[in-house]
Design a protein around this ligand. Structure first.
Ligand code: SME
Length: 170
């Protein structure tokens, strides 16, 4: 198993702040969900160290369906409440899984994945949009700094879907 050197946690807030700024710039002026999700996933893929998958599952009104991502091909449909993604979607709470093998019901799309973080995406009315999922080949790759950073990053994506990206016009 590949074991990467742990990332210095003190560097994470700056990394995520930079990434959020880059995401804002990249998505600026565009509201198309697929276009923004594709560019968002590609940006995160190249910026985040020690990951082997990142991408979206969107809620189609019934279940989660894979959206734009980077990494190996993944399972297409996930029922609400199933796996890490379905749990994040059903509970509307970020799932930080330090060891996927210890998560009851984890769906292994890539056997290399050892840890995972999944952030639910919810619009202003509280409706489920989907989830943002990032996997790592290292155990305990994600911590509370990643949770805060990923959640902030996801607000940039969700805002990008709104008219004027959520910025009121005066
Ligand atoms: N591991 C996820 C499935 C999606 S893949 O990691 C890309 C889960 O348990 O929901």
């Amino acid at each position: 198993m590949f074991v990467a050197a742990p990332i210095d946690a003190s560097l994470k807030p700056a990394l995520y702040a930079e990434l959020a700024q880059q995401a804002r710039g990249l998505l600026h002026g565009e509201r198309d969900r697929i276009a923004n999700a594709a560019n968002f996933a590609a940006l995160a893929w190249h910026a985040l160290p020690d990951i082997n998958w990142c991408g979206f599952y969107f809620f189609d009104g019934r279940e989660l369906v894979v959206g734009p991502f980077q990494g190996k091909p993944a399972c297409v449909r996930i029922a609400l409440g199933k796996g890490v993604c379905g749990t994040a979607a059903a509970t509307r709470e970020t799932q930080l899984v330090r060891d996927v093998n210890a998560f009851d019901g984890h769906i292994a799309c890539d056997s290399a994945s050892q840890s995972e973080i999944v952030v639910p995406l919810v619009d202003a009315s509280g409706a489920l949009i989907g989830v943002w999922d990032v996997d790592s080949p290292s155990l305990a790759r994600f911590d509370d700094e990643d949770r805060a950073g990923m959640e902030a990053l996801c607000t940039v994506f969700v805002a990008s879907l709104l008219p004027n990206h959520g910025v009121p016009t005066t």
